[in-house]
Ligand binder design. Structure first.
Ligand SMILES: Cc1ncc(COP(=O)(O)O)c(C=O)c1O
Length: 381
């Protein structure tokens, strides 16, 4: 077999997405335990009890296919957001929903515009769906530059995708900036507001995607939400979107008939009905720990970007060797996310905000590593 003859031309040499290192992998590699994974922006408060209970109650039924229409789940989402049932769609994580949208709407050669230093999956998915991926530069304060995005729009622009808050910078775009973009672009460009981290946002200037949909009824504005973060269901894979019904119709054509499993539907319903306290305390923990981490980073001389999400992008000083620091943190049982693949240097890391104990341990290890000359240590290795 000659794989080069078989594989799609535009996929040759493409690499698979590398997620944050799983705990089990580090245990296998280094033979250590007591590992803190601060690499994939999961919720350190875990999963709401009500969602676990809902999953347990499903177990006797899992020999059956799930409801392919997700009727109950979509009804609960519609009620929760006060929108019509026809505007709701659900998926195996918001990641799958992004893929479905790209497959439903991109013709070969259409382009998708997003930003530099944003969620890596946007580019991958665009290319897999035969599109061209364009990235606008960021503002100096590491935010999406929506004016620069508008400048990249042309006749083949089909989708603009905005991670809000952005991963990995944790920054947001403001309501007035989104409105200015919407005022400029054609009604035939889909604007996706990817709000995976919305549950953690504190800023008053955060756009209300549903209000934008109301104010711009002619525009295909899509709001995407994830249960992986604020509701602690990353392992179950569940996300949803709200969009004009005309779009939802075609999203349903492209999605798999049972793309959202029974456990995910049950857990999602339980979260929206009975987990507001869990979401509140997760947000409060994150907000309080952010203050501790900012203070600690300041003392350590580590540059950080103020975040509206449950992670912080940091940059350690250039006298240190970032790769070495990441490796040493791994040896100490702390997994963080190096940022080279995001177009940043080795000295940038994205670190999830963990529990108080996890954050203290992180700062203790960073203090140890940054107080010695990690560049010199890396050189003698
Ligand atoms: C910006 C952004 N969007 C979407 C996702 C996908 O989330 P999920 O598929 O777990 O719902 C992530 C995951 O980390 C993300 O960071």
């Amino acid at each position: 077999m000659d794989i080069q003859k078989i594989v799609r031309r535009d996929l040759k040499g493409a690499a698979a997405y590398v997620p944050g290192k799983p705990i089990e992998e580090l245990e296998r590699e280094l033979g250590i335990s007591n590992i803190d994974k601060l690499a994939s922006n999961e919720n350190p408060c875990g999963t709401p009890e009500t969602a676990k209970k809902a999953i347990m109650e499903c177990l006797d039924k899992i020999y059956l296919y799930p409801d392919g229409e997700s009727y109950s789940f979509k009804s609960v989402i519609a009620e929760f957001h006060k929108v019509r049932y026809e505007n709701v769609f659900t998926g195996n994580g918001s990641d799958e929903l992004l893929q479905i949208i790209m497959h439903a709407f991109l013709e070969p050669g259409d382009n998708v515009i997003s930003s530099q230093h944003s969620f890596l999956r946007y580019g991958q998915m665009t290319r897999i769906a035969h599109g061209e991926y364009r990235q606008a530069p960021m503002t100096e304060d590491m935010r999406y530059d929506l004016q620069a995005i508008a400048g990249l729009v042309d006749k083949r622009t089909k989708i603009i995708v905005i991670a809000n808050p952005n991963n990995p910078t944790g920054t947001i775009v403001y309501d007035k900036e989104v409105r200015a973009l919407l005022d400029k672009i054609s009604d035939d460009i889909i604007v996706i507001l990817d709000e995976a981290y919305a549950g953690f946002v504190e800023s008053k200037d955060y756009p209300d995607a549903l209000k934008l949909q109301k104010d711009y009824p002619a525009k295909p504005i899509v709001m995407l939400r994830s249960f992986s973060k604020i509701f602690g269901l990353a392992g179950v894979r569940v996300g949803y979107g709200i969009a004009p019904a005309e779009l939802v119709k075609y999203i349903n054509v492209v999605r798999g008939p049972f793309n959202i499993n029974m456990l995910a539907q049950a857990a999602g319903i339980a979260c929206l009905k009975n987990a507001s306290q869990h979401a509140k305390s997760s947000k409060e923990l994150c907000s309080g720990e952010k203050k501790y981490l900012y203070e600690s980073y300041k003392k350590l001389g580590v540059k950080y970007f103020e975040s509206e999400a449950n992670f912080i992008l940091v940059k350690i000083d250039d006298r240190h060797d970032g790769k070495y620091v990441v490796e040493e943190l791994l040896k100490a049982g702390i997994i963080v996310r190096p940022m080279k693949s995001w177009g940043l240097t080795d000295n940038f890391m994205r670190i999830t905000i963990g529990t108080q104990d996890q954050n203290k341990r992180l700062i203790k290890e960073l203090t140890r590593l940054l107080n010695k000359d990690s560049k010199a240590a890396a050189d003698v290795k």
